[in-house]
Design a protein around this ligand. Sequence first.
Ligand code: CU
Length: 151
Amino acid sequence: MEKRTWEERQHLQRRRRRLRAGAFVVVGALVLGTAGYLLFDAFAGPELPPMAGNVIDIAADMGGFSRKELRVKAGEPVTVRLTSLDNSMHTDGGGKHQWAVDELGVSIIAPPEGSNYKTFTPGKPGTYTYYCDLCCGGRANPTMSGRLVVS
Ligand SMILES: [Cu+2]
């Protein structure tokens, strides 16, 4: 077998280095992709079936509502779908959460790790408070409330 020239050796070395860098990028992308997918899956919560009409999705857990403000139009029917992200092992409220607006006479209670919805038509423009009265201090807890703006 004939000896490789210096140039040939350099060329081979460079190719090996490039291959190693390429493999590193591929493995890195796979790891990041998997981690990202798992993270997304963990935070996205339960999958909800699509619904017809003007649907607003909102989730609640012990940390509060996923949205602190909702905007709707007066005189137009709207469906609010509440999802509880907590399981039934929660001693406080048993994993249930509520979305209620006194002035509109609406109260939705979502079961542990489940959803419930109600369709209503807000009549008068204004800013209303929605709240959950089932967990951690109930209505008095500022994290378990938000603003419904009817315009
Ligand atoms: Cu609650």
